[in-house]
Design a binder for this molecule. Structure first.
Ligand code: EPZ
Length: 419
């Protein structure tokens, strides 16, 4: 909700156990995929977030029934009777572009506007549009509206991506799931959330092979049928809570997460001096020793270090002894949180794609803003590790991706309230 703020009294070591929420970036494409299914789809472990609620508003607008009961979302898509999504719904969420593939797959046509703003710099959709054209859709994207039609259904094709884009890979998988013939994606994104989307579609009767690898092969089927699916855990939420523990020199036991999902960033916490033990679907992190700097980290497509963890881990590194460097290669404008960290006493210089962090002894509470989802989470991490009171405004960005962040932090002994 607009105008709410998070007030954090920093300086308490976080300690305790949590079960990590379901993954936002897996639930959003899976909710979109559910509109292609006959009968009922039941999504368990679905996070209650403003982005998942926005997805439900899109489905409801299209004529589907959606019901959240705790973390279980039930979708019935048999009543779908529209194929256009109005501008105000498209703009609520940046990932709304994946409805292009899902609607083309279900109805053979769709009319959408361009997805919301560009908080991370330019976010073109050329690869999405080219892929749909290659599969036989006629695409008209003049005057701010994207009209796509494939009168006789989409056709399976070989599509080579110039970059392993997550959203484009998902859009192609959605469109190809019910297309005629076989689609092969070369240079596909390999994120675990894509594996979860493919697992869901396969449970619904789809035929997708190779998700998680660079080559994904999708054999189109004529029908998909709703199923029950458990959304994978959110690895970036896990990274956020581990960073908060690192920033406060605490300890945490995270349940319900396969540690291999976190390989791309756990090595950074190890380098920082955290002790990490993995056992039976749990990750234990002890960060009681003073943190050390980590040298250079380059954000890369999976299995490289995730751009979504950059801001969050930067907050913890602000107090790590020595110099740490990030090189952000995915998005042009993903250092918008840096000014607020500097306001809190951090020593960070941004030069082009690099952010150079010289560890300081202390951060101090300040009035700051959440500039975007992960930048906002970075403010929470920094505030917990700072001396004094931090007040974060514009927290609607944080609510897009974190289920009840203040409740989780409070359960770990942190002092945080929402006003
Ligand atoms: C997904 O965004 C995630 N969103 C992002 O998470 C994440 O940061 C990003 O992947 C990278 O990992 C969801 O899954 C909902 P991309 P997406 O297409 O799909 C360029 C978070 O914090 N590109 O892989 O939009 C693009 O500009 C969010 O949870 C084109 O040039 O990312 C960017 O530089 C934010 N043309 C790069 O590719 C296109 O047509 C990667 O974007 C599409 C993308």
């Amino acid at each position: 909700m607009k105008n709410q703020r998070l007030i954090i009294e920093g300086g308490n070591a976080l300690s305790g156990e949590i079960k990590v929420q379901g993954a936002k970036n897996s639930s959003l494409p899976i909710i979109a995929a559910s509109l292609m299914c006959k009968g009922e789809t039941v999504l368990k472990n679905c996070p209650c977030l403003t982005d998942t609620y926005a997805s439900c508003r899109i489905l409801t607008h299209l004529g589907c029934e959606c019901r959240f009961d705790g973390n279980t979302l039930t979708v019935k898509a048999d009543g779908l009777d529209k194929n256009e999504i109005p501008d105000e719904l498209m703009r609520e969420m940046r990932s709304s572009i994946i409805y292009m593939g899902a609607l083309l797959g279900r109805c053979g046509r769709c009319s959408l506007s361009f997805p919301g703003g560009c908080e991370l710099g330019p976010r073109p959709i050329d690869m999405h549009l080219n892929a749909m054209k290659k599969m036989g859709a006629k695409v008209n994207d003049e005057y701010g509206t994207i009209e796509c039609v494939s009168e006789h259904g989409l056709k399976g094709r070989k599509i080579t991506l110039k970059y392993p884009s997550v959203g484009t890979t998902e859009n192609i998988i959605l469109a190809a799931a019910k297309a005629k013939g076989e689609t092969t994606i070369i240079n596909a994104a390999r994120e675990p959330e894509i594996v979860d989307l493919a697992a869901f579609i396969n449970k619904c009767g789809g035929k997708i092979k190779g998700a998680g690898n660079s080559t994904v092969v999708i054999e189109g089927v004529s029908e998909l049928y709703g199923c029950t699916h458990y959304i994978m855990p959110d690895r970036i939420a896990a990274a956020t809570y581990i960073s908060a523990v690192a920033a406060t020199n605490g300890e945490i036991n995270i349940h319900g997460i396969d540690a291999s999902l976190c390989d791309s960033f756990m090595c950074v916490f190890e380098q920082m001096g955290c002790n990490i033990y993995v056992y039976d679907g749990c990750i234990y992190v002890n960060a009681k020793k003073p943190l050390k700097s980590v040298g250079k980290i380059i954000t890369l497509p999976h299995p490289g270090f995730p751009t979504d963890a950059q801001a969050i881990i930067m907050s913890a590194l602000c107090k790590a002894k020595g110099v740490s460097i990030f090189e952000e290669t995915i998005f042009e404008s993903r250092y918008r949180h840096v000014d607020s960290l500097v306001k809190m006493g951090a020593d960070i210089k941004v030069i082009g794609k690099a952010a150079i962090i010289n560890g300081v002894k202390k951060l101090y509470g300040a009035k700051v803003a959440a500039t975007d989802l992960r930048g906002g989470a970075a403010m929470v991490v920094a505030g917990l590790g700072a001396e004094g009171i931090t007040e974060i405004k514009d927290i609607e960005h944080i609510d897009r991706g974190y289920e009840n962040i203040e409740k989780v932090i409070t359960s770990l002994g942190g002092k945080i309230t929402r006003t």
